[in-house]
Design a protein around this ligand. Sequence first.
Ligand code: ATP
Ligand code: F6P
Ligand code: MG
Length: 464
Amino acid sequence: MSSPKSNKPKIVNGPGGYILQDVPHLVDYLPTYPNPLQDNPAYSVVKQYFVDADDSVPEKIVVHKDGPRGIHFRRAGPRQKVYFDSDEVHACIVTCGGLCPGLNTVIREIVSSLSCMYGVNRILGIDNTIPLDSKVVNDIHKRGGTILGTSRGGHDTTKIVDSIQDRGINQVYIIGGDGTQRGASIVQNHVGIRRRGLKVSVVGIPKTIDNDIPVIDRSFGVDTAVEEAQRAINAAHVEAESNENGIGFVKLMGRYSGFIAMYATLASRDRDGLRRMATCDMVIILAEGAGQDLMSKSMESNTLKDASSNKILKDAGLWLSQSIKGRFKKNKMVMNLKCIDPTYMNRAVPSSASDNVYCILLAQSAVHGAMAGYTGYTSGLVNGRQTYIPYYRITEKQNHVVITGRMWARLLSSTNQPSFLKKQSFLGPKDIPEEKKETPLPDCRDCNGVVDIPPVTKEITKLK
Ligand SMILES: Nc1ncnc2c1ncn2[C@@H]1O[C@H](COP(=O)(O)OP(=O)(O)OP(=O)(O)O)[C@@H](O)[C@H]1O
Ligand SMILES: O=P(O)(O)OC[C@H]1O[C@](O)(CO)[C@@H](O)[C@@H]1O
Ligand SMILES: [Mg+2]
């Protein structure tokens, strides 16, 4: 096991190729207290309510019969012993990055779990510095946004750690996307808390409509964003089918990942490609990060970054709609292009029922872990179970739609659109690299009425 001040990953090997990628524990040597939940009437009836210290969850649930047991994560949940006395806890909650449905639900649940389950009274909301209790957060989950405010931009990590230390905060709950989890990892490991030897748990809760955080099944807010995106797609269908050579065009958020576009298209598969061929209408769904390389040919190159160093994306929607219009004009064809860009509507809404439940579980798991003395982890769902994932796994890469994956194949088969790959069939999984190179796309002039831009998803029809 690594020493408390080392940054080395904590890895435990077991028989049969078992690997536990464990999360750091604050204080293996400090006193423990009985978990107050054991006297809580709601939980006392649950058989085996406390999680066994040796329980873990496999990262890969599908295994070959002869394969090793593989990587596991610590199972989340309440422990028999906790490492904080309730009176000693001074927690803070912060939300960072873009808005996401469910932020308020997570804030509410962290506060409720700390106060109702563990009897913690000192909880602070940051950046809008407000003391939080069950009364303050009572109905915030019904609202979109975050009551704490959020922002992008580099923060001075040393100042953050100084402030944590000066205020006597010992549990930090950081709710945010991939950038935020990177920041949380730095706060935990490199600059301060671990190096200064502070008894402070730093806990991440993964939020983002982009779904670009690796390892976890999905981030909260995605479900709601997809639901909302479908409303735009439905409107595009109505416009497309009611106009002569109608094209309903929808651009959806999701940065470089493309998940909202893929899931919303798959979910709204309410059109039959053959019928559409006959009626000459079409719906195009564009992921906001699509075609960035293609555009640099025709649009001024854009190297701008936002305050968090995320690349500011060029407007592929404008580029594609202009290209389509140009082509129809050239061919002297009638066409009615209706653009729908729901942008911030997808993330400013209150969360759906399923996201709300997910938020509650994530927040409760986060609190149980911090109370049990774990730190430097993101609370996340892996194969349907709540786990504690070490930061280095969460920050190692960004998830995006894989166009050699099964989900993409399902989408292709539901929309009848062609694959963007030259060779797509009869390859075994080993023959296709994870990040298979995409086929260069045809210029608009050669595309015979169909414009292909990955990962644009569209219900394909011929316009002529
Ligand atoms: N590479 C990084 N290292 C340290 N901190 C970072 C890094 N990237 C981002 N952060 C911190 O995380 C905060 C939020 O990052 P960002 O704006 O990228 O949003 P996010 O958390 O990825 O959420 P979303 O993508 O859903 O909007 C930033 O304000 C910054 O303080
Ligand atoms: O305009 P903002 O607030 O920077 O947010 C835009 C970005 O935020 C997200 O909604 C979430 O990261 C992205 O999908 C989008 O590109
Ligand atoms: Mg992000």
